[in-house]
Design a protein around this ligand. Structure first.
Ligand code: ADP
Length: 221
């Protein structure tokens, strides 16, 4: 690009993570309503699988032609069948996709920076697992009690407690994600309570940005 270089410090990038069912996408919707620009790593993740996408060829070369469905698209069900039946396959798949997703998110953030965006949020359940933390300036984590999560996932997605526990065990424990984050959004109550928390955070992050002028919002002092 040949536009003027805009200091990366002018845009704050927040990584939003947390365990499954802890309220990430609910918080995303609230932040979007408040004016944050949101990028969902799941959506970017789907794009890298598309024919012509940056992970397409590598996935076929690694897992075989049988993962290609009708119309030349990667059939995610077939891929999952292979990935979850062979040891090390998930790691191999992640090694292919995670860096590509990271690059794609970086491109989006760069574009937004150039457009003068003030606050961008990267929603990523696997922010820590995929080692995307260096893409963001600070990390917010949603955290809910396991009993609340099991209840929500049963009600919203019909997932059995056993299925939900298996999913929870496949990721870094939610408490650890919270410990490694700058901000923890506790979400065991109702929606109004969650909205109020996020609105307060939004206000404080905005006043922090105003107060810091052009210097890094995370600068010490
Ligand atoms: P995640 O994105 O972390 O998996 P979601 O935001 O999708 O979590 O939340 C999981 C389910 O729980 C959704 O159906 C959502 O509507 C519901 N939920 C989340 N937080 C609350 C809350 N504070 N009150 C009521 N329902 C909630």
């Amino acid at each position: 690009d040949n536009g003027p270089r805009v200091s990366s410090l002018l845009m704050l990038v927040i990584g939003l993570t947390g365990g499954i069912g802890s309220g990430k996408s609910t918080v995303s919707h609230i932040l979007a309503r408040l004016g944050a620009r949101m990028v969902d790593a799941d959506i970017v993740g789907h794009q890298v699988y598309e024919p012509g996408g940056p992970a397409y060829d590598d996935i076929i070369n690694t897992f075989g032609r049988e993962v290609v469905g009708p119309e030349g698209k990667i059939d995610r069900k077939r891929l999952a069948g292979i990935v979850f039946s062979k040891a090390d396959s998930l790691e191999k798949l992640n090694d292919i996709t995670h860096p590509r997703i990271r690059d794609a998110i970086a491109v989006i953030l760069k574009e937004w920076r150039g457009e003068g965006t003030k606050i961008a949020v990267v929603e990523a359940a696997v922010l820590f697992e995929a080692k995307w933390t260096t893409l963001v300036d600070e990390i917010w984590a949603t955290l809910s009690d396991e009993s609340v999560v099991l209840d929500r996932l049963f009600k919203a997605k019909g997932m059995s407690h056993e299925q939900s526990r298996a999913r929870l065990r496949s990721q870094i424990p939610p408490e650890e994600k919270a410990r490694r984050s700058n901000v923890v959004i506790r979400n065991n109550g109702g929606l109004e309570e969650l909205e109020k928390q996020v609105e307060d955070l939004w206000r404080s992050v905005n006043s922090r940005l105003k107060g810091s002028g052009t210097s890094s919002p995370n600068a010490p002092g």
